[in-house]
Design a protein around this ligand. Structure first.
Ligand code: KIV
Length: 275
């Protein structure tokens, strides 16, 4: 069944958990879709896990459209959410609407995601008014990593916790259909979840959120540059891939691959005429 923003609303009403994972290409999107995930996030974590940047700052609109469109082609039932990259919406409400529109038209997104609270509410309102669903993102928002001074849990002081709660209510009021909570203490995430009608999607925000999201390379053991505390490894595909690559190298070097079953044949008569 096709997942939409209505699926998100109904899941919260019924108390059913929502599942979200990232993808950046067609074949992974297809696998996630066939597995039955509610939503695929084309995150700007693309910058880290696909493009090899140390943060998400350099990711461009063209990157997001290119990878988003590939994911959209592979996702039949999952709601595809494409991240708005750094400086594609912070600069003005106009830029935000134009760029959200490009992610829908060229990237074939079902919704867009942007980072921030009250300060980006005018952008959320305008994008939603243009008929584009918006998922908000609060807590550790990676595009502000330089302002935070590193990867730190957010909302730990009373002031910061109050601000996070206020921001969650503000993005809901502005029209966001869901909000990602990243690296937030569990009890604060629970309070936010109780305080808003839109679903909260946690990543490092404990078990009380309405749904969960992970970067798929993290959960499959395919990315070793940095593993946050909140990641559970569901497989060690990185190791399995390396073993397979080594086996291929050994087979090519020894001549064991390709064998006859992997080769194409031609009549000997034809070959003889060529000598
Ligand atoms: O870019 C991303 O993958 C994200 C998730 C970590 C929520 O924003």
């Amino acid at each position: 069944m096709k997942n939409t923003v209505l699926t998100f609303r109904q899941a919260k009403e019924k108390g059913e958990k929502l599942t979200m994972l990232t993808a950046y290409d067609y074949s992974t999107a297809k696998l996630l879709d066939e597995a039955g995930v509610n939503s695929i996030l084309v995150g700007d974590s693309l910058g880290n896990v696909i493009l090899g940047y140390e943060d998400t700052i350099s990711v461009t609109m063209e990157d997001m459209i290119h990878h988003g469109a590939a994911v959209a082609r592979g996702a039949e039932n999952a709601l595809v959410i494409i991240d708005m990259p750094f400086m594609s919406y912070q600069t003005s409400v106009y830029d935000a609407v134009v760029n959200a529109g490009r992610l829908m038209k060229e990237g074939r997104a079902g919704a867009v995601k942007l980072e921030g609270g009250q300060e980006v509410c005018p952008q959320i309102q305008a994008i939603v008014a243009a008929g584009i669903p918006v998922c908000a993102h609060l807590g550790l928002t990676p595009q502000s990593i330089h302002a935070f001074g590193g990867h730190r849990v957010q909302g730990r002081t009373e002031e910061a916790a109050r601000k996070l709660l206020k921001d969650a209510r503000a993005v809901e009021e502005a029209g966001a259909f869901a909000v990602v909570l990243e690296c937030v203490p569990e009890k604060l995430a629970n309070l936010v979840t109780e305080s808003v009608k839109i679903p909260t999607i946690g990543i490092g925000a404990g078990n009380g959120c309405d749904g969960q999201v992970l970067v798929y390379q993290d959960m499959l053991g395919m990315f070793s540059d940095f593993t946050p505390k909140f990641v559970r490894r569901y497989a060690e595909l990185g190791e399995e891939m390396k073993e397979a690559f080594r086996a291929y190298i050994a087979d090519v070097e020894s001549g064991a691959f390709p064998s006859e079953e992997h080769s194409y044949q031609i009549d000997d008569d034809i070959i003889e005429k060529l000598y």
